[in-house]
Design a binder for this molecule. Structure first.
Ligand SMILES: Nc1ncnc2c1ncn2[C@@H]1O[C@H](COP(=O)(O)OP(=O)(O)OP(=O)(O)O)[C@@H](O)[C@H]1O
Ligand SMILES: [Mg+2]
Length: 1012
């Protein structure tokens, strides 16, 4: 503090000038404004002053809000600007946030010896220092909760090591406060949290919300003075960097169950990288040409040109490595561009890019049949920020909010499809909007919506979609990739497709598609084996051993055949066998190494490493391998029943580089380092044990995920099949088939049904159950225009069904196929008759009515008008009696059409000669009226049964039966409207043509052009 008289700089707590003895002016404890002793309130900020200086408790209580307000002025200008621009981008987002609460204690003893003014200054200085530390690591000050300061890491500025930064801040805070003779108790927790502005009474505050933030506060309250307690979220992310002491069963206020907290001890002497054994990750060797190709594409993309790159190569050759190098390149590039150099004393800790671009990665998994849109769902989950603990309501809210923000005017149009795709219920009419749509329509529209989402995202921020392991992709995902290629010319979207050269898989066609669609934006990077000189360098990089005998080096090189993964595995096996060891920061080889033999195949190398695990650990790893290359922590916990020890094993596997943490969102999941690691571990399990493992996995999925079991049908079919439980396998094969058919994944659905049929026949299933599967497959074939196969299956179903009406439905379907698709009217008539004969005469079910309706249409077409009318009327009598309104609308429309058809095309048919024409016109009029009456009643309801032409189509058929132009125009307009609502493309086209023709006839050319 500067003396007003002699300008001497005094310590902040001084009351009188050290040099000239002048009384120094007092300052307001809140805003720092000068005050005189007689002031009762600060004239600048209004803080009450009298008596407020007696105890530290009173110092704290009224002023924290204002300390916060003032804290902004303590942040360097440059950083403040950065916060501001980042805040705008990050508002309303879900992000992984580490929340830090810090409460300073130990003021009371000091207040006995220090004057109150000195205490004010001290408090302010302390907070100023804390804020300074937070700012140095680019965290942000969110405000105060109670007496504790809240800082956030990960918002608004995101770094890849925010949790690490937060603990560094906590450690700094402790030591600085200690120097002042004070203590600080600190609590931290990391979780997905929502960030944004909230308004408090005094100011608006950029902060995070969610229950996880409360845990950080409670941990701070539970911490002793000078202690730093972190929650499991923070611990998991930082356990390789700091030493911790676990505190189990800690009771914290507001939480019903006890929690495990970790007390931070210190930073490790050798902080490890998140993966791998220290010293075993080599820098990338070779690949200069390939990498520069990739960088060139990325630069063009950053300059605004859409790009498509395929990285193709064998397992373990280095595809994912190239992708991870690209990530680093982009990160450092953007860092440079944003001008963030960091000062020498406090270098930034590998920050993530700030320039507006997003990287979203999705990977495919290899289990039996691929799951539709898997990699894109993966991407969407990340983007929506879905987390494991989200309730359905929270998931729904997140999805809604993201779409609302991205494409607000299309929310109602997009959400029904996302709901369908992700099995979400929005709880309003969005859920029922797709009811009347055919699977084909839903599938088509879903894909278009997904495309629109990614295009819109790329317009908001340059977007890089990384699609890993596409050689396991489902057809729909590949279709979507292909569709997105069309957008590359117009949008800053980059598709990075990574796959193995599996020529039998559809992914193999991606290259030729790209050449057709976006040649000038496409490049393919083929990764070949590393040449011997490079392999040698890789070995050298990984194992910097001077005395490694040339024989051993040669053996590693020959066995690994230029595959970097194999090189790594062979070396790891040497380390684990302890013939290579670390001493004083260097690798050394044992004497006997020259005689060591290494298995010939990569599988056996991996297996020999797995075999060296202790038996319990090996058991856990085997369990994981049964789940698959990707395995959920929760499921593994269920399978191994080892809650306590599991994380220890997982850390061990990670350290041995057998697995790595794949993702924490939407739930914690690990992946085997390599597909080969998983395969080899799995192959090592005895056949009989494998079965029981698979059974437990399937049971676990049923139990743990019963609320969204649909998501797991494919996996369940796979695990039950491998467990040998035929009944369960059959159940899930059929369910997976239906699910695939619903998503219009026809080939996959046929596959499931075929597997189901083979299994059913094998285990002697017969009768209705077998019939049902044939029916499912037959109808699907029919829909795919494989009529012969369809008729074949449906005939088999007809032969198996016990119920006459069910058989009738089958014959009916066959008759329809002959009538409409194959064009064989005789056969159509034959089956229509068989259908009628099969119906139980007393049956009044919808199926019975449909059988008569179908026979009616076939006979009318086959020119037996009399029979046709008779069957149609029989159908109507059942529907009338039972009140099937939707069937009545269809059947009366058909009847009206029947008269029209007969008048127009068969006026001389014998059948008519027995009737009076006026009577017939009356009947037709009556049928039209009734059809319209029922249609009006049901048109807004979702179609329960997909009518002949959809409700819009029925309006159109009725329009065609009217010669009166006014009626005709009215009904065509109706057809257009109803058709548009339920996406009946053909109806709309035909109705528009019809309407345009009528307008044209009337000379209304403008109206005609408009509808055309
Ligand atoms: N050029 C290289 N220099 C150094 N290490 C490499 C190189 N290429 C790959 N590696 C290492 O080899 C291992 C296997 O590589 P990576 O995981 O990228 O293979 P991949 O081609 O993606 O295999 P998969 O098809 O099974 O996913 C990794 O640990 C990676 O870091
Ligand atoms: Mg890979």
């Amino acid at each position: 503090m500067q003396c007003p008289k002699c300008q001497h700089e005094n310590p902040s707590e001084a009351l009188f000038c050290r040099k000239c003895g002048t009384k120094l002016p007092s300052v307001c404890p809140c805003c720092g404004n000068d005050i005189s002793p007689q002031d009762k309130f600060c004239m600048k900020c209004g803080t009450k002053l009298d008596g407020a200086t007696n105890t530290i408790a009173e110092v704290n209580a009224p002023t924290l809000e204002d300390v916060h307000a003032q804290s902004k002025s303590w942040i360097p200008d440059e950083l403040a600007k950065k916060y501001m621009s980042a805040e705008q981008q990050a508002t309303g987002e879900n992000r992984p946030i580490t929340a830090l609460f810090a409460d300073i204690s130990g003021f009371t003893p000091l207040s006995n010896t220090q004057s109150s003014e000195a205490m004010f200054q001290l408090v302010q200085d302390c907070f100023r220092e804390l804020v300074g530390i937070v700012a140095r690591y680019e965290g942000s000050i969110s405000g105060f909760r109670g007496d504790a300061l809240l800082a956030l890491f990960g918002a608004p500025i995101l770094h890849e090591n925010d949790a690490e930064r937060a603990i560094l801040v906590a450690l700094d805070m402790c030591s600085i406060m200690q120097e002042r003779g004070l203590d600080v108790s600190i609590g931290l927790n990391t979780a997905m949290m929502t960030v944004g502005e909230i308004q408090t009474q005094l100011h608006s505050e950029y902060t995070a919300y969610g229950t996880d933030i409360n845990l950080a506060k409670r941990l701070q309250e539970a911490a002793e003075p000078g202690q730093i307690l972190v929650g499991t979220g923070t611990h998991r992310l930082t356990r390789r960097v700091f030493d911790f002491e676990a505190i189990h069963d800690l009771s914290v206020k507001g939480f019903t169950q006890t929690v495990t907290a970790y007390s931070v001890q210190q930073m490790k002497a050798h902080p490890e990288k998140l993966r791998g054994i220290e010293g075993l990750r080599a820098k990338m060797i070779g690949r200069e040409h390939e990498f520069s190709d990739l960088k060139e594409a990325a630069d063009l993309w950053l300059a605004g040109q859409g790009q498509m790159v395929s990285i193709v190569g064998e397992a373990g050759i280095g595809k994912s490595r190239l992708v991870s190098e690209l990530r680093e390149y982009l990160s450092s590039k953007c860092d440079k561009e944003s001008g963030r150099q960091g000062d020498k004393e406090n270098p930034p800790l590998s920050p993530l890019p700030l320039v507006p671009m997003s990287l979203l990665e999705g990977r495919c998994v290899s289990i039996g049949q691929p799951i539709s849109y898997w990699p894109f769902l993966d991407i969407l989950h990340t983007w929506f920020g879905l987390v494991e603990d989200d309730t359905e309501a929270e998931r729904v809210q997140k999805v809604r909010e993201h779409i609302q923000e991205l494409l607000s005017d299309r929310c109602d149009d997009i959400l029904p499809y996302l709901g369908h795709l992700m099995n979400l219920k929005f709880g309003d009419d969005i859920d029922t909007r797709l009811k009347g749509y055919s699977p084909e329509q839903v599938s088509h529209h879903t894909m278009m919506r997904l495309r629109d989402i990614f295009v819109a995202l790329s317009q908001k921020q340059k977007l890089l979609l990384i699609l890993e392991d596409l050689h396991w992709a489902d057809d729909l995902s590949l279709d979507l990739v292909s569709l997105l290629m069309d957008e590359l010319m117009a949008h800053p979207l980059m598709l990075l497709c990574v796959y193995r050269p599996e020529q039998k898989h559809r992914v193999w066609r991606l290259g030729s598609q790209a050449q057709r669609k976006c040649l000038e934006r496409y490049r393919e990077i083929q990764l070949q084996k590393l040449p011997p000189a490079y392999s040698r360098r890789l070995v050298q990089e990984l194992l910097d051993i001077d005395d490694l005998p040339e024989g051993v080096r040669g053996m590693i090189l020959t066995k690994s055949e230029g595959n970097p993964f194999f090189i790594e595995e062979v070396i790891r096996s040497l380390i684990e066998r302890e013939v290579v060891y670390r001493e004083d920061e260097r690798w050394k080889a044992k004497e006997g190494i020259a005689h060591i033999s290494v298995p010939d195949t990569i599988q056996s190398v991996v297996l020999s490493r797995v075999d060296r695990l202790a038996s319990e650990a090996k058991y856990v790893l085997q369990c994981a391998s049964v789940i698959g290359r990707l395995f959920k922590h929760k499921l593994l916990e269920h399978l191994t029943q080892k809650q306590q020890e599991l994380d220890g094993y997982i850390t061990e596997f990670e350290e041995r580089d057998l697995i790595y943490e794949e993702r924490t969102i939407p739930e914690l999941e690990y992946a085997f380092k390599h597909a080969l690691t998983q395969e080899a571990t799995y192959q090592g399990i005895l056949e009989q044990r494998r079965k029981s493992f698979h059974r437990e996995v399937a049971r676990g999925i049923e139990r743990l995920y019963h609320e969204r079991i649909q998501d797991f049908y494919e996996e369940l079919a796979y695990h039950w099949e491998r467990s040998g439980d035929n009944e369960k396998t059959l159940e899930y094969l059929i369910k997976a088939g239906k699910k695939a058919a619903k998503q219009y994944l026809n080939d996959a659905a046929i596959n499931y049904y075929t597997q189901a049929l083979e299994l059913a026949e094998e285990i002697g299933i017969s009768g209705d159950r077998l019939a049902k599967i044939y029916e499912l497959r037959g109808f699907l074939y029919d829909g795919m225009c494989f009529y012969e196969e369809g008729i074949d299956d449906i005939s088999k179903a007809a032969g198996l069904y016990k119920s006459g009406t069910k058989r009738a439905n089958m014959y009916q379907a066959i008759s329809r196929a002959y009538e409409w698709s194959i064009g064989d009217r005789d056969e159509a008539g034959k089956y229509a008759r068989m259908a009628i004969e099969a119906v139980d005469p007393d049956d009044k079910s919808r199926d019975a009515s449909l059988a008569y309706e179908g026979a009616g249409t076939v006979f009318i077409h086959s020119i037996d008008l009399g029979k046709g009318e008779k069957f149609l009327r029989k159908a109507l009598s059942i529907s009338e009696e039972m009140g099937y309104k939707d069937l009545l609308a269809t059947q009366y429309t058909l009847l009206a059409w029947f008269y029209d058809y007969s008048f127009r095309w068969r006026p001389d048919d014998e059948y008519w000669l027995s009737y009076d024409e006026d009577d017939m016109r009356k009947w037709q009029e009556d049928a039209r009226k009734k059809a319209l009456l029922y249609l009006k009643q049901i048109e807004s309801e979702p179609a329960t049964y997909v009518t002949v032409a959809g409700y819009g189509g029925l309006y159109l058929i009725l329009a065609l039966t009217f010669e009166d132009e006014k009626e005709n125009i009215y009904l065509c307009q109706k057809a257009l409207r109803v058709g548009a609502r339920s996406s009946e493309g053909w109806t709309m086209v035909l109705a528009a043509l019809q309407l345009g023709g009528t307008y044209q006839g009337q000379g209304k050319i403008d109206e005609a052009i408009e509808v055309y």
